[in-house]
Every structure is written in C-alpha cells, then in structure tokens.
Design a protein around this ligand. Structure first.
Ligand code: TYD
Length: 234
C-alpha cells in the first residue's frame, strides 16, 4: 500500500491535538494532501460509538429511562470487554471507510489516537490482557499499523490538570488508572523503537514541534511521498 500513515498517542491533556494541527498545517504548506482524523469518532458510525464510550448510556437518555424517570444506574455502565469491543468497532469502521482508502490513494493520513490507545487504556488501564486487546484491533484493522507513532509523554497528574472540558468516562478514572495507561504507552514504545518517537510533553509546544518536523521531513523523504510545491521549513 502506498501513502504514509502516522498516529499521535499519549494520555489525556498532553497536547496531542496542538501537534496534530501543526503537522496538518505544515503538510498543507508542503503541498501534501493530508487527511487528518481521530479515534474514537473518525466516521459517522464512529461518532455514535464515541458518545457511548465517552459518556456511557447517559449519552442516550431515552434508553436510560427506568421506572418513569431518567435513572442511570451503575450497572448500566459499559463493562471492560464491551468498552474494548466498542473502540475496536470504531476502528474497524475508521480503517475501512477512511484510512485505508486514503492510503490507497497515496495520501498522508494523520490520526489523533489509534491502536496503541486501546492497548494503553483497555489493557494497561482496565487490565484486560494486551494480547486480547491487540487481537481485537488486529482483527478490526486487518493488521494495519502506522509507519510512525509520536508518543507525547508526561506525568498524567500534570497533564490532567490542563484539561478544560467536562471530563469523560476515561478521564474521571483515578490516578492509578492514568499511571498504568502512561506506563503501558512507554512499554509499547520501548518494544517498537523503529515505529515510535517518544517526546517529552513538558517541553514547550514549539520545541516538541521542531522535533516532530525534523522526523517528519526525514520520513517523507524516505517514503517517497511528495508535495507539489516544497517550501522552506519553518
Ligand atoms: P480523545 O478524543 O483524545 O479525548 P478528547 O476529545 O477529550 O481530547 O479520546 C477520548 C478518550 O478515549 C480518551 O480518554 C482515550 C480514550 N480511548 C481509549 O480508551 N481507547 C481507545 O482505543 C481510544 C482510541 C481512545
């Protein structure tokens, strides 16, 4: 398959989206045709799944009516296996509808989260086994993996303090969950050093970006993906 597939990973609040946007703009300046997407929620079906995984059944009040009032009981929340299957379902749709067709057209695809988030959150955080979660994602994606994964690493206690929105189901989990998630990301990076670039997310956004840009320039040269009008790098 042609094209170039890149993912960004990290615990919540590390500044992934800022770097995804910078890479998007840079790729546009270089005349590439980037397709920037995210998980969960990179397709219409995925958006419905996103509501369910991030907010539980409370996202669908009409299903949560019990005894004439809107009562959401604790037992109504998603079980860990259900949650893992929903993220895998989102990914299956995302790969078949968006990512694979774009790669087949030779495009650059940048995804804000991909398989490693499932391994870190559902296996590391929720304590399903890595093998089980990997098996699910491999099946869902027919084994499609990114060529490069930028992991923004930071102590989750610090990154969570930066969050400005109402917290979702994963973000309200306690410190232990967040720490296990971060540790799992680091383990994954250690196991695949040729795919991962680990970036210290305590650095300034500009410093992080310079590192990504240099790596991205080398990657595009090596992969042969090219733009119509190369411009001076920033
Ligand atoms: P994200 O879209 O990054 O959150 P936000 O919109 O708040 O920036 O991701 C939503 C949450 O889903 C995040 O807490 C991580 C979690 N997640 C998993 O647990 N497993 C997965 O496979 C993916 C893709 C995300």
């Amino acid at each position: 398959m042609t094209g170039l597939f890149i993912s960004f990973e990290g615990v919540d609040g590390v500044g992934k989206t800022t770097q995804v946007n910078r890479l998007h703009n840079y790729a546009l300046e270089r005349g590439l045709q980037p397709l920037v997407t995210r998980e969960p929620g990179g397709t219409p079906v995925g958006l419905a799944i996103r509501e369910l995984v991030l907010h539980g059944i409370a996202a669908f009040p009409s299903f949560a009516v019990t005894g004439g009032s809107d009562v959401v009981e604790e037992g109504d929340d998603l079980g860990p296996r259900t949650e893992a299957l929903l993220y895998a379902a989102d990914r299956a749709q995302h790969v078949s509808q968006v990512i694979r067709p774009a790669l087949q057209r030779g495009q650059l695809v940048v995804s804000d989260r991909y398989v490693d988030s499932s391994l870190a959150y559902q296996a590391g955080g929720r304590e399903l086994t890595v093998d089980d979660v990997r098996g699910l994602s491999t099946w869902a994606t027919h084994g499609l993996m990114p060529r490069r994964t930028y992991l923004l690493d930071m102590d989750p206690e610090l990154s969570h303090a930066r969050l400005r929105h109402q917290l979702d189901r994963l973000e309200v989990e306690g410190d232990d969950f967040q720490r296990r998630t971060r540790d799992e990301f680091l383990k994954l990076a250690e196991a695949e050093p040729e795919r991962f670039v680990v970036l210290d997310a305590n650095q300034s956004p500009d410093d992080i970006w310079q590192r990504i840009r240099r790596d991205f320039d080398a990657l595009t040269a090596e992969s042969g993906i090219s733009g119509s009008s190369e411009q001076d790098s920033r």
